[in-house]
Design a protein around this ligand. Structure first.
Ligand SMILES: [Zn+2]
Length: 124
């Protein structure tokens, strides 16, 4: 009987699983299953941390601007200080000057990216 070759899904193992009954088998044993789960959570947490830090940095930059009375700034200038549009919260819609506008809110700061001018506009 021909059986497909199965490789353990634990990234630290990747051994061939020699004897198996179910074709759904993904790990050599419980150790490999647990280890893979642990590693996956570690990676997810790391991404979460990177995102949190990025969001915090964006917030600080916007807060510094808004505290200084600057409510619009070129995106590229903000990016030079480390602003990163990869780290934005879920967009929310606000009515701005009578127009529904896709905004972002980090804590008390509401802002949007104006596509025409490529400026970040902070709303008071
Ligand atoms: Zn394994």
């Amino acid at each position: 009987m021909i059986k497909p070759i199965k490789i353990c899904n634990n990234p630290e193992c990747r051994d061939e699983i020699i004897e198996y009954k179910s074709s759904k088998i993904a790990y050599c044993n419980d150790y490999c299953r647990n280890r893979a789960g642990y590693l996956r959570r570690l990676i997810e947490n790391e991404e979460f941390d990177v995102f949190s830090k990025g969001l915090q940095k964006n917030y600080k930059l916007l807060k510094t601007h808004s505290d200084a009375g600057i409510f619009d700034e070129d995106l590229w200038k903000l990016e030079r200080f480390g602003f990163n549009t990869r780290f934005l919260p879920e967009p929310k819609f606000f009515i701005i000057n009578g127009k529904e506008t896709q905004c972002y809110q980090i804590k008390e700061i509401v802002f949007h990216l104006d596509k025409k001018t490529n400026k970040i506009i902070i709303h008071k």
